[in-house]
Design a protein around this ligand. Sequence first.
Ligand code: NCN
Ligand code: DMD
Length: 349
Amino acid sequence: MNDPVPSIALPDSACAERVGHYLDTLTKPPGSLGRLEALAVTLAGLTGEDFPGVTPPGVVVFAADHGVAEEGVSAFPQAVTAQMVANFVAGGAAINVFSRRIGARLEVVDVGVASELPPGGIVRDRVRPGTANLAREDAMSRDEALAAIAAGRRAARRAAEAGCRCLIAGEMGIANTTASSAMLAALTGAPVAELVGPGTGMAGEALAHKRTVIEAALAERGPDPADPLDLLARLGGLEIAAMAGAYLEAAARRLPILVDGFIATVAALTACRLEPALRPYLIFGHRSHEPGHRVALEALGAEPLLDLDLRLGEGTGAVLAFPLLEAATAMLAEMATFGAAGVDDSQAS
Ligand SMILES: O=C(O)c1ccc[n+]([C@@H]2O[C@H](COP(=O)([O-])O)[C@@H](O)[C@H]2O)c1
Ligand SMILES: Cc1cc2nc[nH]c2cc1C
């Protein structure tokens, strides 16, 4: 684990091709299950299994605070990060409810919350108590960004060692749409105006202020777009770096990854810049209402599974999409072939 980026194998194209042919022997017109068929082929290639499994999924929610919250860029105060972590521990947040529906192993990791947390129920892997205010100074040092990536990798390793067969990373961090927007503008060159959005509910003058803060931070921090670690350190967040690390470790272990919303996708894009071999392992759960998500998805050439106008984070959109992955694997494992079911496909044109 000394190298921040593990080595990631290419998907097994022979296995994917075999499964593509097998799908055409199942009792349905070829291709009629559309993107579900493409998902089955993808999952086979990633896992190297003709009958891939994705259960149980592992959900890891990384929590951290952002110094830039003091610029008034969120509709909620910084203390809400820790309060929501307590809610995760108590089992009352949306991610708890949805994770229970899919039988997920749910872990909450403190990689950088700025205040005290309840004694039990979370993994303590805090790199520092929140980032510095990126509008005034670098959010963190390069070493701290590396430490947060390593914390994310440890979490993915725990999920894999606990038997999880699909990884979902979620996040909780007041003001993290500001950090993510700044990173995305630097990563893609897209104008801030095109990607800045309400986050937890900024509108009107408040949203215009958020945009100004991001534009000024980009000008002052002067990140090197060709150096993803520099971007993470100057503009990022501890939970964003941890998610990037978790994705890289999961892919190194050949676990399919279901990506959540805006912040999770910026983390995924950053991780792909660190190691492009990650890209095939990413399946995109949903399109967030946050406008920057469109920009991030386009940069990755990604088409998400769901579009439900969600903008919560925590991993919720990915967890809601998980049953589609399950359906794709069940289709392969349980559907009858034309031959076995006695359905005649010999005259099909
Ligand atoms: O995942 C998303 O697409 C998403 C979009 C908007 C907001 N959020 C969540 O809201 C918080 C960040 O919003 P803000 O306004 O504080 O920057 C953070 O905890 C995220 O989990 C998440
Ligand atoms: C209540 C609340 C819950 C959240 N979950 C993820 N981000 C959040 C932000 C707020 C404000």
